[in-house]
Design a protein around this ligand. Structure first.
Ligand code: FAD
Length: 447
């Protein structure tokens, strides 16, 4: 039952509408539902919602595709959800400037497809590109498979249109590729998880689509050998666009889901893609590095065969989700420590008895240890959560970070001071207070 003060036009308070937006894909289940949801159709809806929320001191949880993995978009009683998935227009695409102007609810893969019609691409490609929104990607500074070469979402955002907590509209950044006027408020809002402002528009950088790609899949006796090969590729000054690692637990799940026999080829695999005019020569150089670690490998320049190799990697998470409930971790370590990280994760799994699969954006040193529990089990407390916490510890010990791309959200907040230190955290709280003095934007998340 809603306890909301005053009247906000367009606020939906029925049970099903609230239930549909209560959480994300993290496995976190709030014990109560939010009080209501506004499905914004345009910027004015956002402005009015925030004016109302400021007047009534009601917390607002902004939501895109709800595909987040840190409970950043989870909402409970006393809060209102602002759903931007309906603001999904690509407003302008200027091939000559290699720039797109979009609303926040545009699905990531839709922008990439629109850019492809002009021989361009939108580089950040989270594995969730078919279900996540550009606004959510900006708010989490999402990464993806191609980020090994092209960088994360922050590198693709030139300017933002924002609605501040009190309903004022502000534009940050620029329409140009370069520009250094003033503090970088755009960069600050990217990755701020809905805690500083609501993103209602973005000017994004597109890139020329590489004319050639070459792809390699390699198989290994164990995951430490695969991680060592990935680190050796980086150490050899090679820069693949995609460098992904998949372990035995994941390969078994993929085989079960797709009827393949990848596990029989080894206990871990790397999928590597080089692009650009030198793609073939680059993949040959990658093969030379990989050869001393791998039991077998094959390379192809055929786009259809390459897609098949990448599809096996992309199938990893859905295949694991088919075997139980999952908690998808997201730590990153210096790339030279990748092998230490994967062997540490194996040791944590053996010690705790918790099943942990590992998929990694190995080119970035970004690991996704995936805790798998029986269907209906709990992943955010008990043994599964203890195993996840041991992984956080491991990442910090190795000089890494708690989150490479999914964000702090609700779930990692208690760990943040360990990584940042109190002084840095204090500065961040000061910034939050400047943007959101009443503390109504996604309180309790991020910092
Ligand atoms: C199968 C799967 C694979 C994934 N793979 C990747 C991956 O490869 N890389 C990666 O980085 N992530 C990945 N993710 C996580 C997730 O898709 C990303 O975090 C994504 O950026 C979230 O986008 P969303 O639109 O779903 O945002 P939501 O989940 O709706 O929200 C995420 C956060 O952003 C805030 N937010 C959303 N929209 C706005 C806005 N317009 N203004 C201000 N704040 C906003 C929310 O308040 C919340 O804090 C994956 C998730 C799944 C389920």
């Amino acid at each position: 039952m809603s306890t909301l003060p005053g009247l906000l036009p367009g606020l939906l308070t029925d049970h099903d509408s609230r239930d549909a937006v209560a959480t994300d894909r993290s496995g976190h289940r709030p014990v109560t539902l939010p009080d209501g949801v506004v499905r914004a159709r345009d910027v004015q809806d956002v402005v009015e919602t925030l004016r109302w929320a400021s007047a009534h001191r009601t917390p607002v949880v902004t939501r895109g595709g709800g595909s987040g993995l840190a409970a950043g978009a989870s909402a409970s009683a006393g809060e209102v959800v602002l759903d931007l998935s309906g603001m999904d227009r690509i407003l302008d695409l200027r091939p000559q400037d290699q720039v797109a102007v979009v609303e926040p609810g545009v699905i990531t893969s839709h922008l990439d497809a629109a850019a492809a019609e002009h021989g361009l691409f939108y580089a950040p490609d989270p594995a969730s590109a078919a279900i996540s929104t550009i606004g959510g990607n900006i708010a989490t500074n999402a990464g993806g498979l191609r980020c090994a070469k092209y960088g994360v979402t922050r590198e693709a955002v030139l300017g933002l249109d924002l609605v501040l907590a009190d309903g004022r509209r502000v534009s940050t950044g620029r329409q140009t590729v370069k520009g250094v006027a003033g503090y970088d408020l755009t960069g600050l809002v990217v990755g701020s998880e809905g805690t500083l402002a609501v993103v209602v528009g973005a000017t994004l950088r597109l890139r020329p689509k590489p004319l050639e790609t070459a792809t390699l899949a390699a198989h290994f006796d164990d995951v430490v050998a695969a991680a060592s090969a990935a680190a050796a590729i980086t150490a050899a000054r090679l820069q693949p666009a995609v460098l992904e690692l998949v372990d035995a637990v994941t390969l078994e799940a993929v085989d079960a889901a797709r009827g393949s026999a990848l596990r029989s080829l080894g206990a871990a695999a790397l999928v590597v893609q080089c692009d650009g005019r030198g793609a073939r020569a680059d993949i040959d150089a990658v093969a030379e590095v990989v050869a001393s670690f791998a039991t077998s490998w094959r390379a192809t320049s055929d786009p259809v065969e390459a897609e098949e190799l990448l599809a096996a990697r992309r199938a990893g998470l859905p295949a694991l989700e088919a075997t139980g409930d999952v908690f998808i971790e997201d730590v990153a370590v210096p790339r030279s420590r990748l092998a230490a990280a994967v062997s540490g994760i194996q040791a944590i799994s053996a010690r705790t008895g918790v099943r942990i699969a590992t998929i990694a954006h190995a080119g970035d040193g970004n690991l996704h240890p995936i805790v798998v529990v029986e269907r209906g089990g709990t992943v955010t407390e008990g043994p599964a959560w203890e195993a996840a916490c041991a992984v956080f510890d491991l990442a910090l010990e190795l000089g890494g970070t708690l989150t490479g791309e999914h964000g702090v959200g609700l779930l990692k907040r208690t760990w943040l001071a360990r990584e940042l230190g109190e002084d840095s955290l204090g500065l961040q709280r000061g910034i939050k207070a400047v943007f959101d003095p009443l503390g109504i934007l996604n309180p309790g998340k991020g910092i």
